[in-house]
Write a protein that binds this ligand. Structure first.
Ligand SMILES: [Zn+2]
Ligand SMILES: [Zn+2]
Length: 160
């Protein structure tokens, strides 16, 4: 589902505030270990957007390179996890925003689960949404520009 309107959001302390003028799409849960650690929560909910649709209306996030292919944006004052931003050139036009940092997260229900092999066992999920596994070797393959599987992954996980 694609939602097209103006979205606003920000961190817990309001130092970083943002605005999205454009669609948010492919809302999903991510259960991967890195998202768990980045957020301190059992799962995050994220949505894709075009990078040029995002504007910071107050403050700027700080970025942490969580792997060679991704940096994660958070508030340097209160720590709220806000953004997942690919660093590889083929994916430089999109980013993912954490849905819970939106002022109205209720407007964007997730439509799939990603990284389900890292789901914490006590975190019970009883919906019927599709479940997908994190790719083994994903980061290594995408970090190596000459890897033969790279193109296939780029196509499969590109901004839809
Ligand atoms: Zn903050
Ligand atoms: Zn994740």
């Amino acid at each position: 589902m694609m939602k097209s309107e103006i979205f606003t959001g920000g961190c817990l302390c309001d130092t970083v505030r943002y605005e999205v003028r454009g669609p948010l799409f492919d809302a999903h849960y991510c259960h991967c270990r890195t998202c768990q650690k980045a957020s301190g929560a059992p799962v995050i909910a994220g949505a894709f957007l075009s990078r040029d649709a995002l504007r910071f209306t107050h403050g700027e996030p700080k970025f942490y390179g969580s792997s060679p292919i991704v940096e994660r944006g958070f508030c340097a004052d209160c720590g709220t996890y806000l953004l997942y931003q690919p660093l590889i050139k083929e994916w430089s036009d999109w980013t993912i925003i954490t849905i819970s940092s939106l002022d109205h997260p209720e407007s964007l229900p997730p439509e799939r689960h990603y990284g389900v092999e890292s789901r914490i066992p006590w975190f019970d999920v009883r919906d019927n949404l599709p479940r997908e596994q994190y790719e083994d070797g994903f980061i290594e393959i995408l970090s190596d520009e000459n890897h033969e599987e790279r193109e296939a992954i780029l196509r499969r996980f590109g901004a839809q």
